[in-house]
Design a protein around this ligand. Structure first.
Ligand code: AMP
Length: 415
């Protein structure tokens, strides 16, 4: 990796401003799933053990630029205090004189958690625009927000001597705490979690052990089209499942009944099929399906081939496709997976996703699971620990797989 990492920093006696992802589910003031907090512990403990102090920044939920106690980071800070052997203080705000005083009083080995950075609209930097705003007004509002965002980032940056980003989940956003602050701090490094994400995703895409197989599923083609296009020039095979498969079916002139389809993407799907053929990429679609007469767990269901009758919708890949896909996966040396093979949330349509999941776990490949729903499926199937890497960022890993540069990574200091 050509960016500074946390180990390149001398944190002894330094105040380390660290962006983490503590966007955790909270119920009745208590953190439900603390996975994201636990995932940040290696970087947090590294700083504490090496004589630094920490100022942690995170967002939680969508307070939309307002100080809303519903989205306080208190539950996350409380949970962190249970997980580390250090004094943890929650600041009453994100910036301002009170916070500054707490930062100044921070001793080596102590942690100050700033309040939810999204309590300030400056974090995301979206200008508020009236529906009837003229082009002139829009331009002025955006320019004004840019100045405010910069001032906000500068104040945040003043809290730290060095900066560490460990929030891969928001690395695709050019927010103040991810990008803005880096303008004002000389040394900006990737934490252990971010480094691992970049290493696994980066290596898989740039330097894959072959055969390299991508499994792409999920509801819609629209969210994954750039991933398929980018992977086409890198993979040996692409296995398509989930609702998006039926837009490809439609492009091939196959009957799809009531299956999910994006009418405005049929042409694009046809184009992708054509490109795959030209490039000699093995792009596989389901050869059979589990069809239902309603979108419901207690619908009537039947196995069908690659043609879906009217009145039926395909909600999972069928047994022959499972076999085909699992065989591809079994021979792979690198597997990247994003998106379920069917409506795995409903038991009758979960077999495709879970079977592929088990095949990936069993395979002798570097396996990378990216994206929210595939991560949920892998966790549910109980084989998450058999995967090489389960990404912590849905949108970010998707953009990475699309071949895009993530602003939160680009902004870090070159080695
Ligand atoms: P995405 O967020 O695009 O990865 O889509 C995930 C969602 O796609 C899950 O909630 C699945 O239930 C849904 N999905 C997968 N296969 C199908 C299908 N054949 N028809 C409708 N929805 C599907």
């Amino acid at each position: 990796m050509n960016k500074l990492t946390i180990k390149d920093l001398d944190v002894q006696g330094k105040r380390v401003l660290m962006r983490v992802d503590f966007n955790v589910p909270v119920k009745d003031g208590v953190v439900g799933d603390d996975t994201r907090i636990v995932a940040a512990l290696p970087s947090i403990n590294y700083v504490l053990e090496n004589g630094g102090s920490l100022i942690l920044m995170s967002h939680c939920g969508r307070p939309k630029g307002k100080k809303n106690p519903e989205f306080t980071l208190k539950p996350a800070a409380d949970r962190l205090a249970e997980l580390v052997d250090a004094k943890v203080t929650l600041a009453p705000d994100v910036i301002g004189p009170e916070v500054k005083a707490l930062v100044d009083g921070l001793k080596a080995g102590e942690i100050l958690v700033l309040e939810n950075v999204r309590f300030y609209a400056e974090e995301e930097g979206e200008a508020k625009l009236a529906d009837d705003a003229t082009e002139e007004q829009i331009k002025a509002a955006k320019a004004e927000m840019k100045i405010k965002q910069d001032a906000f980032a500068k104040e945040l940056a003043s809290f730290g001597d060095v900066y560490v980003s460990d929030a891969f989940g928001t690395a695709h956003r050019a927010h103040a705490s991810m990008v803005g602050v880096t303008k004002y701090i000389d040394q900006c490094a990737a934490g252990f979690l971010l480094e691992k994400e970049i290493e696994y995703l980066g290596n898989a895409l740039e330097n894959p052990k072959r055969p390299f197989v991508a499994i792409i599923g999920g509801a819609k083609i629209s969210g994954k089209i750039d991933v398929v296009t980018n992977l086409m020039s890198k993979c040996d095979a692409i296995l398509i499942g989930g609702g998006m498969a039926y837009t490809f079916y439609k492009a091939m002139g196959k009957a799809i009944g009531n299956s999910l389809v994006e009418e405005d993407k049929i042409e694009l799907a046809g184009e992708i099929l054509k490109q795959a053929k030209e490039k000699g990429v093995k792009l596989l679609l389901p050869i059979d399906n589990i069809a239902a007469d309603a979108f419901s767990a207690d619908a009537n269901i039947k196995e069908v081939g690659d043609s879906i009758e009217d009145g039926w919708m395909a909600l999972d890949i069928g047994p022959k496709t499972i076999e085909l896909y699992c065989n591809e996966v079994a021979g792979a040396k690198t597997v990247v997976w994003n998106g379920p093979m069917g409506c795995f949330e409903m038991a009758p349509f979960a077999k495709g996703t879970f079977s592929v999941c088990e095949a990936v776990a069993k395979s002798d490949s570097v396996s990378i699971i990216g994206g929210g729903d595939s991560v949920a499926a892998v966790n549910q199937s109980g084989v998450a620990d058999q995967m090489s890497h389960v990404s912590t960022g849905g949108g970010a890993s998707l953009e990475f797989m699309e071949g895009k540069q993530l602003p939160g990574i680009v902004a870090l200091t070159e080695k």
